[in-house]
Design a protein around this ligand. Structure first.
Ligand code: ADP
Ligand code: MG
Length: 155
């Protein structure tokens, strides 16, 4: 087990959350897995919007709630956005995820990852967003040391 590092910050607007995510997205090299945890409306999809922009993607980011997964192109990298809200099993998507998470040209970001926890690699970054007011959020980043490069420019 590698040591889990944590960093916490506050955001007071959805723009601020997007900017934070953009900074992180800019550090992505491919092969990373990001888990986003919050209640509904916490800002997970908002965070993904910033991530995609930080990766250099101009694709439109939207909630994949009804489609489960979306793809955004970012140069030679691809951001795969999954959302398992209210699903009780991932079915075949589990295998797809497994393959994608081993692909060095793909970054995987997952909302509501509870049902696929066992598929997530131990070395992933977990971002927990807590709603503390209408426009305020507390964001906690949990990451293994080998992913510390992602936090450059943040902490
Ligand atoms: P989730 O994907 O977690 O359900 P969304 O990103 O879809 O959440 O929605 C978050 C909502 O909260 C948006 O309407 C956004 O504008 C609003 N919001 C207000 N303040 C913030 C903030 N500081 N960070 C992120 N979203 C915020
Ligand atoms: Mg969402």
């Amino acid at each position: 087990m590698s040591t889990v590092m944590t960093w916490q910050t506050e955001s007071t607007s959805s723009d601020a959350t997007e900017h934070l995510a953009e900074t992180l997205g800019n550090q992505l090299r491919g092969g990373e897995v990001i888990e986003l945890v919050s209640d509904l409306g916490g800002g997970k999809t908002t965070f993904v919007r910033g991530l995609a922009r930080g990766m250099g993607s101009t694709d439109n980011v939207a909630s994949p709630s009804f489609t489960i997964s979306r793809v955004y192109k970012a140069g030679k990298l691809e951001l795969r956005h999954f959302d398992f809200y209210r699903l009780s099993e991932a079915g075949l998507l589990e295998h797809e995820l497994d393959e994608l998470m081993g692909d060095k040209d793909v970054v995987v970001v997952v909302e509501w990852a509870d049902i696929i926890q066992h598929v997530l690699p131990p070395d992933h970054i977990r971002i927990v967003i807590k709603t503390t007011g209408d426009d305020s959020r507390q964001l906690t980043f949990e990451y293994p040391e080998k992913l510390a490069y992602l936090m450059e420019g943040l902490c």
